[in-house]
Design a protein around this ligand. Structure first.
Ligand code: ADP
Length: 806
């Protein structure tokens, strides 16, 4: 048997053996000790009995007895000192000696021979003593008594009881036990190894069997015969194999289907390219047709690859970033985009929301793609009549239905249409473009969001596709809760420094302050809210807020905002209780003036922060964020739409848009970082305290107008298009492709970057006609100040930003 020191078998055996050896050794030691003490006590008993006999003679009580009867004329001392008597009292393994109090032997039993019992230190005060001494070279227990004989003479009587036999017996017992112990230990170690091996062997067999199963033999099963714990493990392994096998076979099927589907357009592209090579110069008709075919096939290839990428994304499951998404808003958008296509085919396309809100916690692009696929299919497969898109919410479930008056789906195809690459009725499908991935994507997206999709034939013969996804009942974000209170106007008593968290599906949210310790909600529709006390809030107060990566489709292609964290400042010590709200419609929330943090999220609409001093995290998907008279730290993100700040003061501001302008007027900033992927940035008539300040846009222009001095402003334009509007106080030079302006020298550092025009000037843009003309900002300048702008009542962000004329 091969034993590795780190093997489980060896460890079990070692532990088992050690335990048994310790138990055996302890038991034996206790037994031997107990045996020794029992026979020692017996020896002492015997010495005591002999002593009692001797003492009975030394001081007879009552009627004369024993030897005195024999010679009644003798005194007790004479009887005692008669060595014959001593022999009578003694035994072969005991001896008696009588000494004077000074320790001289008076008489002793002959078995002591020349030797004697060592004299005992006893006297009248300490008359009795037991000792272990050696008598004639042998161990013995000696009882000594100081006795007054016949009331006159003091003697010391010593009785020695030999321990030779006792020691021998104990020694023998010890030896026997040791031998037995050694044999037992050896047996225990051997047995432990055998037992451990027996326990471990099935595991070894199992792992051998598992090793034999490779990727190419996923069909094999262990089929373990035993029903013990190892049997359970084997059964779990068999289950895992079954799941793996199914997943691999799906994957293989997918790859083979995908290759097959990709091959057809590729072959066609190849054939047409060959045609082009051969005929392009000679035949204009062939050239045109081939190029058209290649364009068509490559676009369907692209579609298929996009579909496969979306499927892969949806299959990623938990990894996808999610946010509150309104099914109603997404469906409305999809329908808006598809209306023209439906009209071209002579179809009606209607959209009918059946409830006020249906918010799900989801990845918005996937949701839109899912709805888009269903609507596209309905338009594709319907020749006359129309398509209805219905959305609603009931019992915690959001639902979406797409009904059409098309040919419907046959019973044979119904169970299969959600499979990847499945296209029902090939003959019809061939005339209708498609990849066979659309419905597979719909199902994947629904499932990854915890929902499902099913299809049926409508009574009129068309198709009905119905998607269900659980609603966002749990509050994603700072708190997780159901919000039982329904309000249109409510005062909620809170601490002086609460945290307020609001999510609106669509509508306009205004945040104001007042000097009361209550949060007031005034809403034109239903709002659900819940208050948390400080103990519930404290453990959940975040140190930073994370913004997810988002991509938004714009008329000039997708714009991408990467994920980023935003570190929140330390709040006042608290206590901080919290109010969480969720709803839709126009809502005004009035918060205590010392509110620690406001987190506001609107999917489609606006957030207006007015006269609030504190920390704000605001996120709008489509719409706008406005700050008026704000002071403090803010994170403002509008994915599609603008950020406007008027007469506000920012300790720290991070503002960004994917597609939209960022406009500041009369603001003062300590640290500010403003970026637009596609949009213009205007920081007009603004001051900087400390810095740094960054303004940059990926596509658009940047204009910074400063008041005060003590500034270094660097402007960088990728097209070397920097315009300046400063008086003689400012000095200007260029450094590394940037124009650097010193206004009064040193102090705050401001950087402005754009691919096109960068304008740096003093004061207001309206006072710099030359720049204004280049900027194309006449519209903004005319309506200044921005505070006079009415808050947009409908989502504004979708208006594409127009590039200023060069
Ligand atoms: P594609 O539309 O690219 O062919 P899908 O996965 O979207 O692929 O759809 C799979 C099949 O289901 C289609 O080929 C079609 O036969 C059938 N189908 C889908 N939607 C409809 C519909 N609204 N009406 C009738 N048949 C449909």
């Amino acid at each position: 048997m091969k034993v590795r020191s780190d093997s489980l078998r060896w460890k079990i055996a070692a532990w088992y053996a050690t335990l048994l050896v310790v138990v055996l050794a302890t038991t034996s030691a206790v037994l031997v000790w107990r045996f020794g003490s029992i026979i020692y006590a017996q020896a002492r008993e015997r010495a005591n009995a002999t002593m009692d006999e001797v003492l009975a003679v030394a001081n007879p009580v009552g009627a004369p007895l024993g030897l005195q009867d024999v010679a009644s004329n003798t005194t007790p001392l004479q009887v005692l000192l008669d060595s014959d008597n001593l022999v009578y009292w003694a035994s072969p393994d005991s001896a008696i000696e009588i000494d004077t109090p000074a320790g001289y032997p008076m008489v002793k039993t002959p078995n002591l021979g020349e030797g004697r019992i060592p004299s005992a230190p006893v006297d009248a005060a300490h008359p009795v003593l037991f000792r272990n001494v050696r008598v004639r070279g042998e161990p013995a227990i000696v009882a000594a008594n100081f006795v007054r004989v016949g009331g006159t003479t003091d003697v010391v009587v010593q009785v020695a009881q030999s321990l030779a036999t006792v020691s021998h017996a104990i020694g023998e017992a010890r030896r026997t036990v040791l031998i037995v112990l050694a044999v037992a230990i050896a047996a225990v170690i051997g047995l432990s190894l055998v037992l451990a091996s027996q326990a471990i062997n099935p595991i070894n067999e199992l792992s051998r069997a598992m090793r034999e199963i490779g990727f190419e033999r996923l069909g094999r099963r262990l089929n373990w015969p035993r029903r013990d714990e190892i049997g359970e493990l084997a059964e779990s392994f068999d289950d895992l194999l079954a799941r793996l096998e199914a997943s691999f076979s799906r994957e293989r099927q997918f790859i083979s289907d995908a290759s097959h589907e990709l091959k057809t357009p590729l072959t066609s592209i190849n054939a047409n390219a060959q045609m082009l090579l051969r005929w392009a110069d000679r035949n204009e008709g062939v050239r045109r047709e081939s190029i058209e075919t290649i364009a068509h096939e490559s676009s369907s290839l692209g579609e298929m690859v996009n579909g496969m990428l979306t499927l892969a994304k949806a299959d990623r499951g938990d990894d996808i970033p999610r946010e509150p998404v309104s099914l109603i808003e997404e469906a409305r958008e999809v329908v808006r985009h598809a209306t023209a296509r439906a009209r071209e085919k002579g179809l009606t396309l209607t959209f009918a929301p059946k409830s006020d809100s249906a918010i799900v916690f989801a990845e918005p692009h996937l949701i839109r793609q899912m709805i888009g696929n269903l609507v596209d299919n309905a338009i594709k497969f319907t020749d006359t009549g129309g398509i209805d898109v219905l959305v609603g919410a009931k019992d915690g479930i959001g639902w979406l239905e797409v009904r059409d008056t098309g040919p419907g789906i046959g019973d044979r195809d119904l169970p299969r249409i959600f499979e990847r690459f499945y296209r029902a009725d090939r003959s019809r499908s061939r005339s209708v473009p498609g990849t066979g991935l659309g419905l597979a994507i719909v199902r994947s997206v629904a499932r990854v969001h915890g929902g499902n999709v099913d299809a049926e034939r409508s009574a009129t013969g068309g198709s009905i596709f119905r998607v269900t996804i659980p609603l966002l009942a749990l509050f994603a974000g700072l708190f997780c809760c159901c919000l039982p209170n329904l309000a249109r106007a409510d005062d909620i008593a809170v601490s002086a420094s609460p945290i307020v968290n609001v999510t609106l599906a669509n509508g306009n949210l205004t945040v104001r302050t007042w000097n009361r310790s209550a949060v007031r909600i005034v809403a034109d529709k239903r709002v659900d809210w819940k208050r948390f006390d400080a103990r519930e809030t404290s453990p959940r107060i975040p140190a930073e807020i994370n913004s997810w990566a988002v991509t938004v489709a714009t008329p000039r292609g997708p714009a991408f905002l990467p994920a980023e964290p935003f570190l929140l400042p330390a709040f006042s010590p608290g206590p901080h209780d919290a109010v969480s709200m969720q709803g839709f419609g126009d809502t005004t929330i009035t918060v205590p003036s010392r509110t620690a943090l406001v987190i506001a999220r609107v999917i489609a609409g606006t957030i207006a922060v007015r006269g609030y001093h504190g920390v704000v995290v605001a996120h709008v998907r489509r719409g706008a964020i406005t700050f008026v008279g704000f002071a403090g730290t803010a994170y403002a993100q509008v994915v599609a739409g603008r950020v406007v700040a008027v007469n506000s003061s920012f300790d720290r501001l991070r503002a960004r848009t994917a597609s939209g302008n960022l406009l500041f007027e009369g603001c003062r900033s300590r640290q500010i970082d403003v970026t637009a992927v596609r949009g213009t940035i205007l920081y007009d008539d603004g001051a900087f305290a400390g810095g740094p300040a960054y303004f940059s846009t990926g596509e658009g222009t940047v204009a910074v107008g400063v008041v005060g001095s003590g500034l270094t402003i660097s402007g960088h334009s990728a097209s070397d298009d920097v315009m300046l509007g400063f008086g003689p106080q400012a000095t200007t030079h260029t450094r590394g492709g940037s124009v650097v302006v010193n206004v009064g020298g040193g102090g705050a550092f401001v950087s402005a970057q754009a691919p096109g025009l960068v304008a740096l000037y003093r004061g207001k843009l309206a006072d710099h006609r030359r720049i204004l003309a280049r900027f194309g900002f006449a519209r903004f300048a005319r309506v200044a100040p921005f505070s006079a702008l009415p808050p947009p009542s409908r989502p504004r962000g979708r208006r594409p930003f127009r590039r200023p004329p060069r």
